[in-house]
Design a protein around this ligand. Structure first.
Ligand code: NAD
Length: 266
């Protein structure tokens, strides 16, 4: 995989877990990265880690459930770094652990607003910018070192492919992410905007720690269902995201890559 030097990546939920690992990996591969989150402290920590490793990053606060904030964050990315090549819609919450009848309208609405709204509004803002800069490039700077278009990866889940007992709204939200991913991929394929998704199984992060703590023995029960015998590492999911965005991977769009230690192979 060649690097991402001269490219600009915008990563939501980059203050922790998979988002942080993705921001670090893009920066290590040469991209300038906008680290976005609602947690200013952890977002700034990610930026500090990128800089300590010799990379370039800036923190921009953004609640992905608010279309105005995500639009403003993408605008800010362009003000700071001049363009947007890569959008990673990763921010998400696990929601309440409970059966369908235990989930309230608030539980359902909150998870939909963040997990689905965040991807929907994120892609709207990112695609708008990618199309605008493609027009400018062809009018003013043919090629200009940057191919027209862009790359987007949405973070779904294995729960976006299979049902998830005790996580109905979460599973619904992650299925919706795949519907949006495939639709956007088809709608903008001729503008050279590739849109893909990753579907991780349990991966070490704040979200999984929360789940582990819901009951004694939970971690072992969760691990047992994964054929490879362990949880994923955020860095492993990040590498799949980088591969999806790499220019060598130009034929791949509308796909959901399952990062699941073999779970869905059976
Ligand atoms: N960890 C797993 O096992 C796993 C498995 C499958 C999918 N995922 C998905 O991966 C993504 C990242 O999760 P993670 O596991 O790294 O969890 P995490 O809790 O470590 O990180 C999530 C980040 O998103 C941020 N965030 C939450 N709400 C936000 C909002 N409204 N706007 C902006 N940022 C917000 C949080 O502050 C946090 O920094 C999520 O979409 C999650 O559903 C995780």
């Amino acid at each position: 995989m060649t690097g991402f030097a001269t490219q600009v990546a915008f990563v939501t939920g980059a203050g922790s877990g998979i988002g942080r690992a993705t921001a670090l990996a893009f920066a290590q591969a040469g991209a300038a990265v906008v680290v976005s989150d609602v947690n200013d402290t952890s977002g700034q920590e990610t930026v500090d880690q990128v800089k300590a490793a010799g990379g370039e990053a800036t923190y921009v606060r953004c609640n992905v459930a608010d279309p105005d904030q995500i639009e403003a964050a993408v605008r800010q990315t362009v003000i700071i770094y001049g363009r947007l090549d890569i959008g990673i819609n990763n921010a998400g919450i696990g929601g309440k652990f409970g059966r369908l009848l235990d989930q309230t309208p608030h539980d359902f609405d909150q998870i939909m607003a963040i997990n689905v709204g965040g991807v929907f509004y994120g892609m709207q803002a990112q695609i708008r910018q990618m199309l605008a800069q493609s027009d400018n490039q062809s009018a003013n700077h043919p090629a200009g070192g940057h191919p027209a278009g862009g790359k987007i990866v949405n973070v779904s889940s294995i729960a976006g492919i299979r049902g998830m007992p005790m996580g109905g709204p979460y599973s619904a939200s992650k299925h919706a992410v795949l519907g949006l991913t495939k639709t956007a991929a088809l709608e903008y394929v001729r503008q050279n905007i590739r849109v893909n998704a990753v579907c991780p199984v349990y991966t070490h992060s704040g979200m999984v720690d929360e789940l582990i703590n819901t009951a004694p023995g939970m971690e072992e029960r969760m691990r047992r269902v994964i054929p490879i015998g362990r949880f994923g590492q955020p860095q492993e999911i990040a590498q799949a995201i980088l591969w999806l965005c790499s220019d060598e991977n130009a034929f791949c769009t509308g796909q959901a890559i399952q990062m699941d230690g073999g779970l869905t192979a059976g």
